[in-house]
Write a protein that binds this ligand. Structure first.
Ligand SMILES: [Cu+2]
Length: 162
């Protein structure tokens, strides 16, 4: 099932070097976020959009220092039952995008690090078939959809001088 995503690239923080005319458009990842499991014993889920750029690539895996383990999964439903299985690699065709979204492909993250949770984001490393490693910050949201970041206690005058 393809997620009916109408959200196009709002931001692409890692598109370094894209501005030069004539350079091939690279493969990149954006809109990465993690939905934190309400229960520490069950894995959290991660979502993002992979863009194939001009040449396309295969996503071979995802690493992070901020969780014990990460796997790529695919959910599928048949006969009213939903199940999921690990996937080894995902094709990101040229000039198209592949959404990892609720109900479809997703990441499973075990043991998300408390420091990352209170910071509200975690860096993910996407391993591509061409050898590229794409570093992307994923926003961490609690199961109720709110930001997981613990607000820093505000000090007088903190908001001045920016
Ligand atoms: Cu899963």
């Amino acid at each position: 099932m393809r997620a009916p995503f109408a959200l196009f690239a709002l931001t692409a923080p890692l598109m370094l070097g894209l501005s030069a005319c004539g350079d091939p458009a690279p493969t990149y990842i954006d809109q990465a976020w993690v939905r934190l499991s309400p229960n520490k014993d069950t894995p959290s889920a991660g979502y993002f959009i992979a863009h194939g750029g001009d040449s396309g690539a295969q996503l071979r895996g995802v690493l992070t220092d901020y969780a014990l383990k990460v796997e790529m999964h695919e959910s599928m439903s048949s006969g009213g039952m939903t199940s999921m299985k690990p996937v080894e690699s995902v094709d990101i065709p040229a000039k198209s995008q592949v959404a990892f979204a609720p109900g479809g492909k997703h990441l499973m993250l075990w043991g998300v690090n408390d420091t990352a949770i209170s910071r509200g984001k975690m860096q993910l490393t996407f391993l591509m078939s061409n050898g590229d490693r794409l570093l992307v910050d994923a926003v961490i949201r609690k199961a109720d959809g709110t930001d997981s970041a613990t607000p820093a206690p505000s000090k007088p005058g903190e908001h001045e001088g920016h």
